[in-house]
Design a protein around this ligand. Structure first.
Ligand SMILES: Cc1cc2nc3c(=O)[nH]c(=O)nc-3n(C[C@H](O)[C@H](O)[C@H](O)COP(=O)(O)OP(=O)(O)OC[C@H]3O[C@@H](n4cnc5c(N)ncnc54)[C@H](O)[C@@H]3O)c2cc1C
Length: 487
């Protein structure tokens, strides 16, 4: 049943692996070309110096367990996961805990403001916001629930939490479009985590791929995707060129290709396609935003701080200086910190620095960031402790997803559009998902209109394109489940 030429999948992240499994299970030959020395892409389980501990330095959560295909897979294949219902605390700059009732109120205000109020302002108001109106306009306007029932002295704490949501988006709330905020039909319900982290899913996908005979070639960076025409002027096949770690060029002939390059990579690599991608595709690639989110992981031999699931390190209300970077962080913004001890039994803290601050972080050296991050943790969690009671960290791991040549950022968002320019809309995701010449297919989180910026979006897009090609090549055997995702 298998064709002479294989299907070549460019990129071995979650979307590429999902597609590969689907096509290989239908009996066709599949090759994955992956530029890195590992699979997973923006899912990256990272082993700490104590080898029994692995932390996720890319994605961590299964966002919204209701309607989430990852939950179905987990249940069906006995991949253990746990609901993540965090017990959150806000800590002031002097290490004092904010009152629990006030913390609960601020949390609730922000969730309502971000997920209900801003969405309603975008879709249910008398006027549709114009494309240049940012998300911050509704989320942080004075009528927003963010401020409701708070005394003026407590408002800055709520703003500090609100500004942390830019890490969720990947972009400053001032750059994110309000008009399309919440347009997507998301998964719902609480978040969850795979027990053992996203490595649990990744290992399962890789094992499946290998058992279906998928050929996985690592350290193979694709540098050319060429559509070859037959005598009838129709595209007959695809020639893919790739450079390996020794700098040698290899050529692959494919019946079909699936391109899963992240949007950030596509933005700088459109020249690898010959003939060039259609103008509308190029415009969508350029218009959609690709945001930043970074993590600083600080691990210790054992936990020395008071336990909670997540902390918000709040800035000093009386200071106009930012506290999210060694210098020049966004004023008023806090730092969201996750305690890995609670969810995974790992004595480590994860500091999230997203959006503009996430980009700015990448310009600092490790020599500056490590002592700074250690100092911040001591300032907020070590109040009342003697220095001698706080051990030095065993690991400080700093991500730089924007500088990473095979990611060039964290995930997609819909930016505001300057008046007079063509507007970025969710249709751009649909455009990115369309095949070219019926031979080159596209998957990845940036091709999913409803679930962009997520692992489940990446998964669903891979299943979608895998099914498309399996159906084209024929021979979907009984027992292979087709995805029902259109986009
Ligand atoms: C810090 C961070 C936190 C996140 N947190 C969450 C979260 O908690 N929950 C969630 O659902 N999502 C989260 N995400 C988003 C999620 O990780 C991504 O949406 C998803 O993993 C994307 O999968 P993908 O297959 O589309 O792309 P990728 O995982 O980026 O896969 C693309 C692959 O292509 C490879 N590649 C690139 N260039 C080339 C080339 N020239 N030749 C060959 N191969 C190439 C890359 O190395 C990569 O392996 C997070 C992302 C980041 C960065």
């Amino acid at each position: 049943m298998s064709e002479k030429r294989p299907v070549v999948i460019i990129g071995g992240g979650i979307s590429g692996l999902a597609a590969a499994n689907q096509i290989a299970a239908a009996g066709h030959r599949v090759i994955i070309l992956e530029a890195r020395s590992r699979l997973g892409g923006r899912v990256h389980p990272f082993r700490l110096s104590d080898p029994k501990y692995t932390v996720d330095i890319g994605a961590s959560w299964i966002h919204g367990v209701i309607g989430n295909p990852l939950v179905e897979i987990a249940k069906k294949n006995e991949l253990p996961f746990e609901i993540f219902a965090p017990d959150s605390v806000i800590i002031k700059h002097d290490g004092e805990l904010l009152d629990a009732e006030l913390t609960r109120k601020i949390g609730e205000n922000n969730v309502r403001g971000f997920f209900d109020y801003a969405v309603a302002a975008a879709h249910a108001g008398p006027d549709t916001p114009s494309p240049d109106v940012p998300l911050s306009k509704a989320f942080l306007d004075l009528a927003s629930p963010v401020f409701s029932g708070l005394s003026p002295t407590n408002v800055p704490y709520s703003v500090a939490v609100a500004k942390v949501y830019d890490g969720w988006v990947g972009a400053s709330l001032d750059q994110t479009s309000l008009r399309w905020w919440g347009f997507e039909r998301s998964t719902e319900g609480p978040d969850a985590m795979f027990v053992g982290g996203y490595g649990t899913l990744l290992n399962w996908l890789e094992k499946n791929a290998r058992s279906h005979g998928v050929e996985i070639i690592l350290n193979e960076e694709v540098v050319g995707v060429h559509a070859v025409c037959g005598p009838d002027e129709e595209v007959s096949h695809i020639i893919i060129t790739a450079k390996n770690a020794s700098g040698n060029t290899n050529t692959y002939e494919a019946s079909h290709a699936i391109v899963t390059l992240p949007l950030g990579v596509l933005k700088e690599k459109t020249h690898i396609f010959t003939p060039p991608l259609p103008p509308r595709r190029l415009a969508s690639i350029s218009r959609l935003g690709f945001g930043a989110n970074n993590k600083i992981i600080i691990a210790y031999d054992q936990r020395w701080w008071e336990p909670a699931d997540t902390y918000l390190f709040a800035p000093d209300r009386d200071s106009s200086e930012g506290m999210t970077l060694p210098r020049g962080g966004t004023p008023g913004r806090g730092i969201c910190v996750v305690d890995e001890t609670s969810s995974k039994g790992i004595p480590a803290l994860v500091l999230f620095i997203g959006a503009d601050d996430g980009d700015a972080l990448e310009k600092f050296s490790d020599e500056e960031l490590k002592p700074w991050a250690e100092g911040v943790v001591k300032q907020y969690l070590g109040a009342g402790k003697k220095n001698a009671d706080i051990p030095p960290p065993t690991d400080v791991v700093i991500t730089r997803w924007r500088s990473d040549p095979y990611a060039r950022g964290a995930y997609c968002y819909i930016p505001t559009t300057t008046p007079g320019e063509e507007e970025c809309t969710p249709l751009d995701f649909a455009e990115l998902a369309r095949p070219v010449h019926e031979k080159i297919f596209f998957a990845g989180e940036h091709t999913h209109m409803d679930w962009y910026a997520s692992v489940h979006g990446a998964w669903a897009s891979g299943m979608r394109e895998g099914d498309r090609i399996a159906a084209l090549l024929g021979g979907v055997p009984d027992g292979v489940e087709m995805s029902h995702s259109k986009l």
